[in-house]
Design a protein around this ligand. Structure first.
Ligand code: UD1
Length: 418
């Protein structure tokens, strides 16, 4: 099992380049199933999840070729595709649930294993299932699989989500592209990943209005055509670098970073004392003092992203002052606080609130990554600890941060993989 070894103390300075968003790329790949023929997705991140999704699409009958430097993939989708996504692959990546909508709308049936995914609390599928049921699918679960049937196709419906779920918005939106008539999704997710997917679908010939708003309207068409699309840059990776700069009192220019997708996190960093400026093709975060503690509450976009919550807790752990961080999206996301406590952080968790008292410096110790973002948060914590921190289960970090150790090293950190 690979581990990260980090010696704390370095000020991170320099330039990093952000590649395509994991949470977008995987969904674009899944949505390519909607159109027979060759779709190409560029600006891919070089992460294992892309290979797992490629394997899943191959098993469904597609010919998938990833280019040499792993930055683009061409998916040749046959007229006739299979409809079963097996547990051995689905358990490796939660995003495989995104084949459910495309399969049921194109094939008339889908059998998708119930995903595992990150250990960040219960992640239901009820909104996905209710949405597809409203569109006329018969859905039930059996032997660990969700089975959806719509032999005569789906019919547009008016759907209101209980919570603006990213995954449910995506599955319903993709399913609606080939349904008969108009589907509306109220209380839809507004995340840039959802907009990116919607733009990909529009390029395929889908009729979609209201992307990026609470209300999305999709008018079904008879057929979609393959297309080529560049994945949008990863806002969570860009945000992680922004927090790394602030915490290490560094100066990082984040190339391809979209400041407009990170308004609230960057505002919070400014409140913590950082100077944030936009550059020609990204933004720069500079900090020359100990950060001031900031309160945050995670919320669906454009609220503060839950995926950056470990980074803000880690910043507050070494900040000047006390703070309150509230998690409103995933109830299990505070699990990594136990690891931060091992580094000497002063944090009290009560339900979905964490009260943090900043201390001058964390104290290096062995810790374990529990999910992608917790893993990245622990790397940042290790950077501001005295001595050597070993982070077990580095594979979690690799799932979201291509080439993380090499990029950290290039910025001046003492990091290696062991
Ligand atoms: C996606 C992202 C994840 C991010 C999250 C929120 C991917 C692969 N993952 O996850 O990194 O943290 O958005 O921005 O893109 N819920 C239900 N029933 C449902 C669906 C969701 O109760 O049918 C709940 C979940 O348990 C959670 C909340 O709704 O508490 C939000 O989940 P959702 O937005 O669906 O997140 P994901 O799409 O799983």
């Amino acid at each position: 099992m690979e581990r990260f070894r980090v010696i704390g103390g370095a000020r991170l300075c320099g330039t990093v380049k952000v590649s395509g968003a994991k949470n977008s790329a995987l969904k674009l790949m899944a949505a390519s199933l909607l159109a027979p023929g060759k779709s190409t997705i560029t600006n891919l991140p070089d992460i294992a999840d892309v290979e797992y999704m490629a394997e899943l699409l191959t098993r469904l009958g597609c010919e998938v070729s990833i280019n040499k430097d792993k930055s683009s993939v061409t998916i040749d989708v046959p007229e006739k595709i299979a409809h079963r996504a097996d547990y051995d692959l689905v358990r490796k990546l939660r995003a495989s649930i995104n084949v459910l909508g495309p399969l049921v709308t194109r094939v008339g049936e889908a059998e998708v294993a119930l995903p595992g995914g990150d250990a960040i609390g219960s992640r239901g599928l009820d909104f996905h299932i209710n949405g597809l049921t409203d569109m006329g699918a018969k859905v039930h679960s059996e032997h660990g699989y969700v089975i959806a049937e719509a032999p005569n196709g789906l019919t547009g419906a008016a759907i209101t989500l209980e919570f603006p779920s990213v995954g449910a918005t995506e599955n319903i939106m993709t399913a609606a592209t080939l349904a008969k008539g108009v589907t509306t999704i109220e209380n839809a997710a507004r995340e840039p990943d959802v907009v990116d997917l919607g733009e990909f679908l529009i390029a395929m010939g889908a009729k979609i209005k209201g992307l990026g708003s609470h209300s999305i309207e999709i008018t079904g068409v008879a057929k979609l055509n393959p297309t080529t699309h560049a994945t949008l840059p990863d806002r969570i990776v860009a945000g992680t670098w922004a927090f790394a700069a602030a915490m290490t009192q560094g100066d990082i220019t984040i190339e391809n970073g979209r400041a407009d997708h990170l308004e609230l996190p960057l505002d919070k960093l400014v409140a913590a004392g950082a100077v944030v400026t936009t550059t020609e093709n990204g933004f720069r975060v500079k900090m020359d003092r100990r950060p001031t503690a900031v309160d945050i509450a995670t919320l669906p976009y454009p609220g503060f992203p839950t995926d950056l919550q470990p980074m803000v807790i880690t910043l507050n752990a070494i900040a000047d002052g006390t703070s309150l961080v509230t998690e409103n999206v995933f109830e299990g996301r505070f699990m990594f606080v136990n690891e931060l406590l091992r580094l000497g952080a002063k944090i009290q968790v009560d339900g979905h609130h964490a009260a943090i008292t900043g201390i001058d410096q964390l104290s290096a110790a062995p810790v374990a990554a529990t999910d992608i973002r917790a893993g990245a948060g622990l790397v940042l914590a290790a950077l501001v600890s005295d001595g050597e921190t070993i982070i077990e289960d580095a594979f979690h970090i690799d799932r979201g941060y291509p080439d993380f150790a090499a990029q950290l090293k290039a910025l001046g950190a003492d990091v290696s993989r062991i």
